[in-house]
Design a protein around this ligand. Structure first.
Ligand code: AMP
Ligand code: GLY
Length: 424
């Protein structure tokens, strides 16, 4: 199979690493630079949807795998379908699950999927903004921009004062916050549950857990994700299957009913509350860094699964995953997430057993030195028979890759390991 992979960050590095090991792969094309691409990968810069579709046509792609949400929301899958090229990733209409939080609320209500109670308000509609302000005055609310906001569109507010400030702050996002969703503040651990979808059927992948805040203990500002574990011990495989049956399956059935079959991976960010699991958000792609912890564990050939989802016909059964666990620790640049320092030299130690290093924000300079070139720089993934070994391998390897100013969390996967080992 000739595959074009769209995207060039840590998630795509992990997808490329896994695809390169597929016996069905004949050629792998990528659309951007990443010094960590597997040997033999062909690179052709394609930054727009038009250029990506044209590249797929030119190289005779059998499958296009789309890493990030941007091209999907802009209609890459639609463009590829017009060319008759299978795309792993939903159409623009189905990608509304990520591009509009208000639309997602409505679809979840229609599909019977539990989410937090919410007020939806339009900035240019006075009556609905008055309802939003009244909701803010009650405090304990999460104020969200409806549209894509690169991780800056959600503000968790404990007090009425914070909530009023959040309304003002989100106004600076422009169009993405023309509509607002104000949700009740829920409590509980968060997990990521992924399903492969072929328009009709949703098949569970292992659960994962991201660590979104910058600092240990879940303190500090939100980031794209500072590390992840897979699977998440809070949700074993049977529980992941039950969640997919309760959340993903009814949502894709609802989308199919509306004439928008969902093909690709559907990512549910769930909170395990006292009243049961609640959906916080959908994403129409793999999570990053969750994908970096998941791909090393994928046991059978992933290509029939990705291709099957893309053509609307997943294989029977479920994909096989290795019985162990993986832990991905992100090394980020100084200043991240507000800004990112660039150009620091990254040492490149010898490979260590049970560790894969994915490049997310690096570049090679003219002299051949590897340098930092973004916020999240490296994803250092340890694997092992259990989470404890995976963690210790990842953290041992981190030492060799530290660059000047590197930021990292020291507690990726720690709370679940501690909770698990504390059990009798
Ligand atoms: P989202 O992009 O909607 O997943 O929101 C980003 C983060 O905000 C989530 O990962 C949660 O940590 C937090 N969050 C979102 N919605 C809620 C909610 N209703 N209650 C508590 N925290 C939330
Ligand atoms: N890990 C969070 C995300 O990919 O959105």
């Amino acid at each position: 199979m000739r595959v074009v992979l769209v995207g060039s960050g840590g998630r795509e590095a992990a997808l490329a690493w896994r695809l390169a090991r597929s016996p069905s792969l004949s050629e792998l094309w990528v659309t951007g630079e990443n010094p960590g691409w597997p040997p033999g990968t062909s690179e052709r810069s394609a930054a727009t949807v038009a250029a990506q579709a044209e590249l797929a046509r030119e190289v005779g792609a059998d499958l296009v795998v789309v890493g990030p949400e941007g091209p999907l929301v802009e209609g890459l899958a639609d463009a590829l379908h017009r060319l008759g090229i299978p795309c792993f990733g939903p159409t623009q209409a189905a990608a509304r699950l990520e591009s509009s939080k208000a639309a997602t609320k409505e679809i979840c209500a229609a599909a019977g999927v539990p989410t937090a109670a919410a007020v939806i308000a339009d900035r240019d509609d006075r009556a609905s903004m008055a309802r939003a302000e009244a909701r803010c005055a009650r405090g304990r609310v999460v104020v969200k921009a409806d549209g894509l906001a690169a991780g800056k569109g959600v503000i968790v507010c404990e007090s009425p004062g914070q909530a009023a400030g959040a309304l003002e702050q989100l106004a600076h996002l422009g169009g993405a916050s023309a509509r607002l969703v104000l949700e009740d503040l829920l409590e509980g651990p968060e997990v990521s549950v992924f399903a492969l979808c072929d328009g009709a059927r949703a098949v569970a992948l292992p659960s994962a857990q991201d660590h979104k805040q910058l600092l240990d203990g879940g303190r500090g500002p939100n980031t794209g994700g500072m590390g992840a574990i897979c699977p998440c011990p809070l949700v074993d495989h049977e529980q992941a299957e039950a969640l997919v049956a309760a959340v993903h399956q009814p949502v894709i059935a609802e989308l199919a009913r509306r004439g928008h079959p969902y093909r690709g991976v559907l990512y549910a960010g769930l909170m395990l509350t006292r009243d049961g699991p609640m959906l916080l958000e959908f994403n129409v792609r793999f999570g990053d860094p969750e994908c970096q912890a998941m791909m090393p564990l994928w046991g059978d050939d992933p290509l029939p699964w990705l291709h099957g989802a893309a053509i609307g016909s997943l294989p029977a059964g479920a994909p096989r995953f290795a019985p162990g666990a993986a832990c991905c620790v992100v090394l980020a640049s100084a200043g991240y997430p507000a800004r990112s320092d660039r150009g620091r030299i990254i040492p490149e130690p010898e490979p260590t057993e049970g560790v894969i290093v994915f490049h997310a924000g690096t570049r090679r300079d003219r002299a051949g030195l590897l340098r930092t070139d973004g916020g999240r720089v490296l994803g250092i993934t340890g694997t092992g028979p259990g989470l404890e070994v995976a963690r210790s391998r990842a953290y041992a390897a981190v030492e060799g890759w530290r660059f000047e100013g590197a930021q990292l969390r020291t507690d990726i996967g720690l709370s679940v390991v501690a909770a698990h080992t504390a059990e009798p």
